[in-house]
Design a protein around this ligand. Structure first.
Ligand code: MIG
Length: 719
């Protein structure tokens, strides 16, 4: 074992010869060995790290995962999986985020940097045992010390590097469906948004835009004038976002296939031939994204689409999903043949059934192919969780080569820690179930803990049919998530906001308008989280020290100033909320109408009608609110409202930048620093300082006093 000290608070224990995943950027210096802190190691088989928890320690983290914010009571397997039924018994979703924070009498963070399968038994097998197990002995274990969970998270965010920033338009509402199959269908979606006056920034192209599912091709029957069409849609205010899949179709004369073959860029099988498995296009090869040359090659292919005016992508099927291999299919067919004309006993029948079902994403297949890492042949199973990460890294690096200073929209389905530097993630194939709305809420802070800021779920649910109430409540939550996209699967009911009854359309429009009005705040909080290595969504207890805050799993802190309490239960016209301190409640029906109510610290039941979005403003905090428009680019925020709840004094830093380039990385941005101070019972002083060339000219203050009265004042910002 080698021990490295990365910062005063972060230590890396390097066992054996770990694969460099490039999740962590800080190298650190070698120091004298010491036994691993906190954990006992058992290395009889592979390695397992054991920690005895006290009854009330909480375990936060594990990123994209099932169950609660507090992971106790569950068993989780980091093994990127394409499984479209996220039921509570499942152990893996699409990503592998091996970072957690133990919080209680002893508080620390641990990151298991191991790219194969990692099992986290968080008090499942034994109530008070945290057991983390891997199958090998080569692993980097990072221990992060600190007093409080948030401090530990920020140390972690510091060593894994700055998050990806999408363009500002990607904070607008986005509409997707599998699929809008042709120009007419896409045009119609755009027109419906315009007709119904519902703001929208992007429309998605799922797999059917491609010619027989071949990456970087376009089906010319369905989209005969792709470039002019992209422009037509952009002129109307919509960007088109095509999907890219991981598998490359085996087809003579298809350039991606031919070049990959010639250059030896695909993963290989045991005999050294390109590995074959079927996905959407039928038989495919899989680019070896773990090889930097392959990444550059594949990444530059995105130019085919950027040249046609495309400015954003979503990378799918990159766990990688494998529908079947020739081996799996052959085994199944042989078994079927052997079963023919037999009176199958029930076990044989189940076996036959399972053999067909288990053809997809089979472990045997994942163990049967190889990567070439620096000339060494490495079995895929050992590095499985790096595949999606490196596909999206390929895209991110490629897009930087294509246009070095432009921000593209990019997000992925599979990921590993480190991928947050290149793109965001969506949480995959959820269902139109109320349970998945709650899961969505719980997952957001854990993703932020792992560096992923640009995140969101398929609003309304991907699988199954949504009803008017669920689409409304879900949309009312998603207006707060950085990635705000409604997406639905083939065969499900239409899920675009305009596809519902008039009354629902009105509710969805109001919620989406609120989102656009909140963009000055949402964008400011997003970019500050990114720059300051902070979380955008936090569990209550990351800010409030009281014991009850630790139990709250269905409310979130959003940025510095707000708390949100979404309604996630059917037929409920309200919910219980817990307030760690006095707050102001604004139930938003229409963001232009504002009435505020002071709610005292403690437990309350609040009524929340289907047409209301509850927003709480914390004590001595302020936020900004603009106006909506048809899309982000047409927002006019020369005039902003500053809404504050002031007991003593409140400061808000309103960040903005060009939203289009990477100039923010070299410090180019604008800031308005607003400081409000109460000096008598009923009077406030306001100071404004502005840095950079802010476009904001006027600030309309609504300062809510502890007696509930609102003090209004308008100030202009001097250039
Ligand atoms: O096997 O491209 O998660 O969002 O619509 C399904 C079709 C493949 C899975 C993605 C989903 C997408 C769908 N894809």
């Amino acid at each position: 074992m080698n021990l490295y000290k990365l910062t005063e608070k972060v230590f890396k224990y390097s066992f054996g010869k770990p694969i460099n995943t490039e999740a962590v950027l800080t190298k650190g210096e070698k120091v004298k060995e010491e036994p691993l802190r906190y954990f006992n190691i058992d290395s009889t088989e592979g390695m397992s790290f054991n920690y005895k928890m006290t009854k009330d320690q909480i375990v936060w983290g594990l990123g994209e995962n099932l169950r609660g914010m507090n992971k106790r009571g569950g068993i989780y397997e980091s093994f990127c999986s394409d499984d479209p039924r996220h039921t509570p018994d499942k152990k893996s979703l699409y990503s592998a985020h091996n970072f957690l924070v133990v919080d209680g009498e002893e508080t620390f963070g641990v990151f298991i940097d191991y790219p194969g399968k990692v099992v986290f038994d968080v008090g499942f097998s034994e109530e008070n045992s945290l057991v983390i197990a891997i199958e090998e002995k080569d692993v980097d274990v990072y221990i992060i010390t600190g007093e409080k969970p948030l401090e530990i998270v920020r140390e972690f965010l510091n060593i894994i590097g700055e998050s990806y920033a999408p363009p500002k338009w990607a904070f607008g509402y986005q509409q997707s469906r599998w699929s809008y199959p042709n120009e007419e269908a896409v045009r119609e979606v755009g027109d419906k948004f315009i007709e119904n006056s519902i703001p929208c920034d992007a429309i998605y192209l799922d797999i059917d835009y491609m010619e027989r599912f071949k990456d970087f091709t376009i089906d010319e029957t369905a989209f005969p004038h792709f470039k002019t069409f992209t422009k037509e849609m952009k002129d109307k205010g919509f960007r088109l976002i095509p999907i890219i899949d991981a598998g490359v179709k085996i087809e003579k004369d298809y350039d991606v296939y031919e070049e990959g073959l010639e250059k030896n860029y695909f993963c290989s099988d045991a005999e050294g031939k390109p590995f074959v498995a079927a996905v959407w296009p039928g038989r495919c090869h899989f680019p070896d994204f773990l090889n930097p040359q392959v990444r550059t090659w594949f990444g530059l292919k995105y130019k085919v689409l950027t040249d046609l005016g495309i400015e954003g992508f979503w990378n799918d099927m990159n766990e990688p999903a494998l529908f079947y291999t020739d081996r799996g299919l052959k085994d199944a067919i042989n078994l079927a043949k052997a079963s023919e004309n037999r009176n199958l006993d029930i076990y044989s029948f189940f076996k036959l059934n399972d053999t067909f079902n288990n053809m997809t994403n089979s472990l045997e297949d994942y163990k049967s192919f190889y990567h070439n890492i620096n000339g060494e042949k490495i079995n895929h199973y050992k590095v499985h969780n790096l595949y999606g990460y490196n596909m999206t890294r390929a895209a991110g690096e490629g897009l930087s080569l294509i246009d070095s200073n432009k921000r593209f929209l990019l997000f992925s389905r599979a990921s590993y820690i480190g991928m947050h530097r290149y793109g965001g993630i969506w949480t995959g194939d959820n269902h139109s179930w109320w349970e998945h709305l709650l899961l969505n809420i719980k997952m957001m802070p854990s993703l932020n803990m792992c560096g992923f800021l640009y995140v969101g779920a398929d609003t309304g649910g991907f699988g199954g049919n949504v009803n008017h109430e669920l689409i409304t409540r879900w949309t009312q939550f998603s207006i707060f998530t950085p990635l705000f996209r409604n997406h639905a699967a083939m065969g499900t009911r239409k899920q675009e906001p305009y596809s519902f009854e008039e009354s629902t359309i009105n509710l969805l429009r109001s919620a989406i308008e609120l989102r656009y009005a909140l963009i000055p705040y949402i964008y400011s909080e997003y970019m500050k989280s990114l720059k300051n290595k902070d979380m955008y969504f936090k569990p209550l207890s990351f800010e409030y020290p009281d014991d009850f805050s630790k139990r709250v799993e269905n409310q979130l802190l959003l940025g510095d100033s707000l708390m949100i309490t979404p309604v996630y239960e059917e037929n409920s016209l309200g919910r219980y909320v817990y307030l760690p301190e006095d707050m102001v409640l604004w139930k938003v029906k229409n963001y232009q109408e504002r009435t505020y109510e002071i709610v005292k610290a403690g437990h309350h039941y609040i009524d929340v009608d289907l047409n209301e979005v509850p927003i709480f403003i914390r004590t001595d905090k302020a936020f900004v609110l603009g106006k909506h428009s048809k899309n982000v680019e047409s927002l006019n925020n020369e005039e902003l409202n500053v809404i504050a709840f002031v007991e003593n004094e409140a400061t808000y830093v309103c960040y903005d930048d060009d939203g289009a380039t990477k100039d923010y990385k070299v410090g180019k941005h604008e800031e308005i620093i607003i400081h409000i101070k109460k000096f008598k019972d009923d009077e406030f002083t306001i100071e404004i300082e502005s840095k950079g060339n802010t476009k904001v000219k006027t600030l309309n203050f609504e300062i809510i006093n502890t007696d509930g009265r609102v003090h209004s004042k308008t100030l202009s910002i001097k250039p």
